[in-house]
Design a binder for this molecule. Sequence first.
Ligand code: PEP
Ligand code: MG
Length: 576
Amino acid sequence: MSFTVHGLPVSQGIAIGHAHLVSHALLEVNHYQIAPRHLEAELERFDNAVASVERELLGLKAAAAAAAAQPHSEVGAFIDLQRMMLEDPVLVEAARAKIKEHHYNAEWALVQQMESVVEQFRQIEDPYLRERQADVVQVVERLVKALLGDPGPLPSKRRDGHGTIVVAHDLSPADTIGFKDHIAGFITDIGGPTSHTAIVARSLDIPAVVGLRHIRDLLRANELIIVDGTRGVAIIDPDKSVIEEYLLRRAALELERSKLKRLRDTPAATLGGEIIQLLANISGPQDMAQIKETNADGVGLFRTEFLFIDRDTLPDEDEQYEVYRSVLKAASGKPVTARTFDIGADKTLAGNTRDEPNPALGLRAVRYSLTEPKIFLAQLRALLRASAHGKLQIMIPMLAHVDEIEQTLALIEKAKEELREEKIKFDEKLPVGGMVEVPAAALALGMFVRRLDFLSIGTNDLIQYTLAVDRGNEAVVRLYDPLHPAVLKLISGTIQAAQRAELPVSICGEMAGNPAFTWLLLGMGMRSFSMHPARILEIKRQILRADLVEITPKTQRILKLDEPARIREAVEKLGV
Ligand code: PEP
Ligand code: MG
């Protein structure tokens, strides 16, 4: 029976395909009993999984040791802890005994034993030891995944010509990247429009709807689904006529896109002739083709952390250098702003065992980098070496404290010193800038302005931290309001402070790629926008229609309003 569910539109476009249900390894293990004649084989399957996880952990440890500052880094210690758990009779031996004595299948035995061990950990008073229950869960998760094996590649096209739609409770940015070559679209139970998974979906141009609550449980494998990523709906088991209507709509969208393509070589000038810089947000060299297609003015945000996630070992300095160099080469002399890795919150490294109660407020971005100076230094050296091949700038994420910049600048200096000694070329004048994405930075900009060469406003986090709204949580998405007067004040205050200090300022959060906000941002004085490349031509079309003489005074009046409904109405009327 056909039905429609409404969620949040996070990545435009229409996809039609068959459901591929992604399961949560631990919640969905099968429970069955093993026939006596298969018992030996089941025990062998169990032992093989333990051995394979042991190998996996050893590999992770070697990678962490190669990258860590001290020989006994925290990451290494956590991996050791998990290896010890693998050898712990209370977990692994006891689970094995359950298979042998009760004939449970291996996954079931493990999950049962995990639950009883976790319960014992819960009773412990010492908070450090109590928290180790998370390690038990992670080890068992690894074992269950090893038992279930790799599901193998997804078919990108079925016999009926439709693709595959991934249906999941949640997807991490790494999962999304992993699926990218095989799927037409995805839908999830949870997630918000500026979660990194949504951002990845947009940059990969995969239609997606999130926040569909219980969709994962409502669907059967292979059911046909239409994902309308523009309206935020998923239509399950659509009638023939609905499919036809959506095929027409998809064709109309493609036509619209091809019309926009004609703007590729038109300069991004307002009606008064002011040229606006349009830059692209990228996550790796694979995105550079889109820069050529849209003729962007360069890269305003290279999210380098995507080189670090979705893999078992960290990239070393040489590997990073090659990647940065290839991005600069593809940029053909246009500027490239590389953000140092923003690990933490929803972007975690494989094998990460750090369990933080509030990861978005925890060891994230520059905070994380500064606790891993060896990994950070390797990245800075790789970036500096690459700077000899183009116009590179380095940008530091999530600054809030002055010592974060000072320590980072000192590390950059150290990297430069080493390279000079090694007689390796780099750009001595390479600009270093910072992201304004924590309200504290926007409100106390002086200390940043004095030490940095440029600023970029990260509205995704600025909104999250100003309004105390988790950007990835659909339950509070209604409160995630880019037009909140507090947010507008912080953005416009940052632009003004940068202008007074004659410091270049740009905007690289998702607001920059939303045509509903282009005139408002222009009216605040913003002249440089960085967004996912798929949005550049649409924003250019808005700029071509913008009359700054009209928009600027109207925007200044909007900034004085503090009634949300009036702000919204005035923003809609801007330029009309
Ligand atoms: C932002 O916070 O606005 C930003 C551009 O960075 P990210 O989305 O990667 O956190
Ligand atoms: Mg951010």
